[in-house]
Write a protein that binds this ligand. Sequence first.
Ligand SMILES: [Zn+2]
Length: 261
Amino acid sequence: MHSADGIQYIASPLFPAKEVNHAFLSRIGGVSEPPFDSLNFDNRDTDTSENIEKNRDKLSKALDVPVKNIVLVNQVHGSKVLVIKDSNHAGQPIVEADAIITDVAQVPIGIMTADCLPVLIYDPAKKAVAAVHAGWKGSAGGVSIEAIKAMRLQYGSDPKDMVAALGPYIGPCCYSIRENVVAEFKNRFGSYTGYIQKFKDEIRLDIGLANIEQLTGSGIPKANISFEPVCTSCNNALFFSYRKDGGRTGRQLSYIMLKGS
Ligand SMILES: [Zn+2]
């Protein structure tokens, strides 16, 4: 864990700090009251806009990121990718999507989670970034694959050049699923390896492993993926966990931004 002005966050050693500004933020370091304590960025529930504004200000100052320019999406557990082509998105109506890509500098793109997996991707060759929201449904829909496809199409990116990092998510230690989830993975991928396992009389899903398979299957070298599994449910004091917190909780933000020259 890194720390800046009381904000605690995870950062990947694979993203060069000179070129990109990124973080997987924890819930630590904000002003929101329980059950949104404390670094909450989502006002869909009943946290106040004032608190979220204060949290955004704190983040701006602590990590030197222009949060006023941040692009967020209305995450719907799908696999649609939003392409950001200019820096005029602040204040625009929020779009339904589960991945964002951009090659515009100084525009942070962000994903909010509480158990789902955030994935950040950087292509240092074409200077482009992606932020992906991958819960079980998005993962079963191949959302990471779609994000990489969109980067190839929009920027001519070669996955061999890309680096990717996985953030905190609910681990297989705490995430049991039903047969309908298994069926969706089967429908999309035909088979699945390793990431769905039987444990006693439960079926457990590892969303991280599922997405690593999508990233490597799309051509990103395994050595270019950083993955330090931290379970949001086991580490509920550090991270919002929708399941552990009983459904009413905040959302931690993961973001990435091209610094530009
Ligand atoms: Zn766990």
